[in-house]
Design a binder for this molecule. Structure first.
Ligand SMILES: *[C@@H]1O[C@H](CO)[C@@H](O)[C@H](O)[C@H]1NC(C)=O
Ligand SMILES: *[C@@H]1O[C@H](CO)[C@@H](O)[C@H](O)[C@H]1NC(C)=O
Ligand SMILES: *[C@@H]1O[C@H](CO)[C@@H](O)[C@H](O)[C@H]1NC(C)=O
Ligand SMILES: *[C@@H]1O[C@H](CO)[C@@H](O)[C@H](O)[C@H]1NC(C)=O
Ligand SMILES: *[C@@H]1O[C@H](CO)[C@@H](O)[C@H](O)[C@H]1NC(C)=O
Length: 410
C-alpha cells in the first residue's frame, strides 16, 4: 500500500528516469511477494490434500466392516476365544489399531487345536453367558466324545451313521498321546483329536480325560448335548432318531444307583466327609449323556472332584462313581439315573460281555433296539438305549451289512 502511495506522491526533486526505475523495482518486489505467497499456499494445500483423501479412504474402509459384518482380512486366525498369543498381538499392532470386536469369532465353531493346559482349558470352558436369549442364529449340535486307547476300529460304522448330517454334530476323540493317528482326510474323525494325556482305566486321570473332553466340546457354543462313547460302542439307531431323542429329552442320562457291597458302598472312603457322605455315594456306568448345564458344572467343579482325586484311590474307581455321585447330589431332579449305552453284565465278573462277529445277528440287534422298557419324557417307551457296547473289531463287517436295513442308515 505504501508503494502505491509513493507512486502517487513522488518526491519532485528526483529525476524522472530514476522515478520510473523505482516504480519498476517496486512492481518486481510486490510481484515476487505475491508469487512467493502463492507458492507457499500451494505447497501447504498440496500437503493437506494429499493427507486428506488418504484419511477419508481409511476411515471408509474401517467402518465398512460394521455395515457388512465382514471381519477385516487382517483379523487374527479364528482360534476361537483364545487369549491372544504374542503372535496375534504382534500381527494386529503391526497392521494398525485392532479391528472392532464382534460376536462372530466367539460364536462360530472353534478350531479343535489349542495350546491351553488343563487348568487354562477348564477355566475357559467354564465361562457361561448369563443372558438367556440368543442374539444370533444357532443350530444345536450333539457332541460325540470318544474316549479311546488307540484305534477306532468301528469308525466305518460311525462314518455311515454321521453321513449327511454335517452341522448337527461335533466329534471329539481323546486317545492316548502315544497313539499315532492314521485317520484318512475324508474321515469324519480326521483332525478331531483333542490334546490328551495318558489314561489308566479306573484311576482319577480317566475322569480328568472326561472333563478334558467336556471342556473341549464346551468351547463350541453350538454343542448342547454331550455323549461319552468308547471305541467298542456302536449306534443302535440312525442319526435322526439319536439326535431328536437327545434334543427333545427333558432329562439327562447319567446312570446312578446305590449299591450295597464291595463294588458299591464299600468303595466309599470315610475321608470324603463332609463334602461327600455315604448316603450320597452312587455307582453307575461312565458312558454318560449330559446337557450343557451339567457339562459346564462338571468342568467347573472345584468341590467334589478334588475329594475324589485325593481319596478315591486305589480300587475305588472314580470313573464309576464321580459323575453318578456328583450328578445325584446336584442334578438329581433332571437326571434319569439310566444310561443310554446298553451293556451285558449277565455273565458276571468284573468285565461285561464282548461281542464278536458271530454274535451280531439281526435278532440280536433288534433286541438291543427295542427289547427293554423305560420312561422317556414321562411316557413309557421301548427305546431305552441309543448305543451299545462292547463290540470287537471283527464284528464290523456284519454291522456294516445289517446297519442300513436294521438301523435304517442311509
Ligand atoms: C512374548 O514375548 C516376549 C518378548 O517378545 C517373551 O519374553 C515372552 O516369552 C513371550 N511369551 C509367550 C507366551 O510367547
Ligand atoms: C506316525 O505314522 C507316520 C506314518 O505312518 C510316520 O511317518 C510317523 O513317524 C509316525 N509317528 C510316530 C510318533 O510314531
Ligand atoms: C503313556 O503310556 C504309554 C503306554 O502305556 C507309555 O509308553 C508312555 O510312556 C506313557 N506316557 C506318559 C507321558 O506317561
Ligand atoms: C434318581 O435318583 C435320585 C436319588 O439319587 C432320586 O432322588 C431321583 O428321584 C431319581 N430319578 C428318577 C427319575 O428316578
Ligand atoms: C418331563 O416331561 C414330562 C412330560 O411332560 C413330565 O411329566 C416330567 O415331569 C418332566 N421332567 C422334568 C425333569 O422336567
Amino acid at each position: 500500500m505504501k508503494t502505491t502511495q509513493q507512486q502517487h506522491h513522488p518526491p519532485s526533486s528526483f529525476p524522472k528516469h530514476f522515478f520510473n526505475a523505482q516504480i519498476h523495482l517496486h512492481k518486481i518486489i510486490s510481484n515476487f511477494l505475491i508469487f512467493a505467497f502463492g507458492v507457499a499456499l500451494g505447497a501447504s494445500l498440496n500437503i493437506y490434500l494429499k493427507d486428506f483423501p488418504f484419511q477419508l479412504y481409511s476411515t471408509q474402509n474401517k467402518y465398512s466392516h460394521l455395515s457388512t459384518n465382514n471381519p477385516p482380512s487382517s483379523s487374527p486366525p479364528p482360534q476361537s476365544l483364545n487369549i491372544p498369543t504374542n503372535q496375534t498381538k504382534a500381527k494386529t499392532s503391526a497392521a494398525g489399531p485392532a479391528p472392532p470386536i464382534g460376536l462372530k469369532e466367539y460364536t462360530k465353531s472353534p478350531n479343535i487345536l489349542h495350546e491351553m493346559d488343563d487348568d487354562e482349558l477348564l477355566w475357559r470352558a467354564s465361562l457361561v453367558p448369563r443372558r438367556r436369549g440368543l442374539p444370533f442364529k444357532r443350530t444345536p449340535k450333539v457332541a460325540f466324545m470318544f474316549l479311546t486307547r488307540g484305534r477306532l476300529a468301528l469308525a466305518p460304522l460311525w462314518e455311515m451313521f454321521f453321513k449327511g448330517h454335517e452341522g448337527l454334530y461335533s466329534i471329539y476323540v481323546h486317545a492316548n498321546p502315544g497313539f499315532n493317528d492314521t485317520m484318512p482326510e475324508n474321515s469324519v474323525f480326521y483332525g478331531r483329536r483333542v490334546p490328551s494325556k495318558n489314561v489308566t482305566w479306573g484311576e482319577p486321570n480317566m475322569v480328568k480325560a472326561e472333563r478334558r473332553l467336556l471342556a473341549n466340546a464346551l468351547l463350541d457354543f453350538s454343542n448342547q448335548r454331550f455323549v461319552l462313547l468308547s471305541e467298542s460302542c456302536i449306534p443302535l439307531f440312525n442319526f435322526n432318531v439319536v439326535y431328536s431323542y437327545l434334543m427333545d429329552s427333558n432329562q439327562t442320562f447319567v446312570e446312578a444307583y446305590d449299591l450295597p457291597g464291595p463294588v458299591g458302598r464299600e468303595r466309599y472312603r470315610h475321608k470324603m466327609r463332609p463334602q461327600i457322605t455315604l448316603d450320597q455315594w452312587r455307582k453307575g456306568s461312565q458312558w454318560f449323556e449330559v446337557d450343557r448345564e451339567i457339562a459346564t458344572e462338571v468342568v467347573s467343579d472345584e468341590k467334589y472332584f478334588p475329594v475324589f482325586t485325593k481319596y478315591c484311590t486305589p480300587s475305588c474307581y472314580s470313573d464309576e462313581h464321580y459323575l453318578p455321585t456328583y450328578v445325584s447330589i446336584k442334578f438329581w431332579k433332571k437326571n434319569s439315573n439310566r444310561t443310554l449305552t446298553w451293556v451285558d453284565w449277565s455273565k458276571g465278573g468284573p468285565h461285561p460281555s464282548k461281542f464278536m462277529r458271530t454274535d451280531v445277528t439281526i435278532d440280536f440287534l433288534k433286541k438291543l433296539r427295542h427289547g427293554s422298557k423305560c420312561e422317556y419324557n414321562g411316557k413309557r417307551t421301548n427305546i431305552c438305549y441309543l448305543f451299545a457296547r462292547k463290540f470287537l473289531p471283527n464284528s464290523l463287517d456284519r454291522l456294516l451289512r445289517f446297519a442300513p436295513k436294521i438301523m435304517k442308515f442311509n
